[in-house]
Write a protein of this length. Structure first.
Length: 315
């Protein structure tokens, strides 16, 4: 019989018994002797008395901040028993980064396949709803992945959302479709000025129906294209319907949109409709349609991209 003692951290292994000549004896390790005992053997302890193990999951400290230590996956067997297994290292790292996503310096050049998983993990932890930090995190993704984060944004009849989340909306880059119909923005709204930003030069479809626009608003929106050949230069579809303050003079500013294929100016304040039709056909090749175009029924403009659920949460 042999045993091993660790001199640095000696744990009491409990009594050791041997049977000799039909008698039960207990070995006294301290005295290196053997003494006889008729006591009932004590059960062997794997851990010292008082030792306990606590499994820590999501807990809130006194500062109401969660320290996530969810390193385990819990499932139930068919028999109803609780079973847990350790998460993969990738999942743990992904969770840690998503918890601190607003502290990332840049995601430019980071693989988009992993970035999408990181975005979903941060969204599940509601990181994008945190004041300040959520906007910074969203900006890191949009500046690196542009249209993948959001390629189409529909804010039709969502004026309150625009007011509350204007900075988040302005952070989206490389949008191709933007629907701001029925939002009553007016000529001086900050978002209308943002439309001329170079970050939105990718927009090809713009819906501005019923937004209280006048000739001044149209002039402001088209100025970068007319003067500096940038801004909404790639626009192929424009909806300006139901803006009665737009007159014949305002339509003249649209001639700078050389790629325009579809234009809705019904419900505007045109005086000489025949002359406007002729100018549109002469300058940019648009021909009047006697029936409403399906491109303007708004069915094709939907919020699409990694951040589509975030926009839905805003509503």
């Amino acid at each position: 019989m042999s045993y091993y003692l660790n001199s640095e951290n000696r744990l009491d292994p409990g009594p050791i018994y041997v049977r000799e000549n039909g008698q039960l004896h207990m070995v006294n390790l301290a005295l290196d002797g053997v003494r006889s005992s008729l006591q009932k053997p004590r059960p062997f302890r794997l851990f010292p008395k008082g030792f306990s193990v606590e499994l820590c999951m999501n807990r809130e400290d006194d500062t109401a901040q969660k320290e996530k230590t969810d390193h385990f996956i819990f499932t139930y067997t068919r028999e109803g028993n609780l079973r847990y297994s350790a998460k993969s290292l990738f999942s743990l790292v992904l969770g840690f980064i998503s918890d601190n996503v607003d502290h990332i310096d840049s995601l430019i050049g980071f693989p988009e396949q992993i970035a999408e998983k990181l975005f979903s993990a941060a969204e599940a932890r509601q990181k994008f709803t945190e004041p300040g930090a959520g906007l910074r995190a969203l900006q890191k993704f949009t500046e690196a992945y542009g249209s993948l984060v959001l390629c189409s944004l529909c804010l039709r009849n969502r004026y309150l959302v625009i007011s509350e989340k204007l900075e988040e909306i302005k952070s989206f880059r490389e949008l191709t479709c933007l629907d701001l119909s029925c939002c009553k923005l007016g000529d001086e709204h900050e978002l209308l000025e943002h439309l001329t930003n170079e970050a939105l030069s990718s927009v090809t479809q713009l819906h501005l129906k019923d937004n209280c626009l006048s000739d001044a608003g149209v002039r402001k929106m088209t100025a970068p294209v007319r003067v500096m050949k940038r801004g909404l230069e790639n626009l192929t579809l424009l909806d300006l319907s139901c803006n009665p303050e737009i007159t014949d003079a305002g339509i003249g500013y649209l001639f700078s949109f050389r790629k325009l294929n579809c234009l809705d100016i019904s419900g505007t304040g045109l005086k000489d409709i025949k002359a406007v039709k002729h100018k549109l056909q002469t300058h940019i090749g648009l021909v009047h349609s006697k029936v409403p175009l399906k491109e303007f029924d708004h069915s094709n403009c939907k919020t699409e991209g990694w951040a589509d659920q975030i926009v839905l949460q805003w509503e």
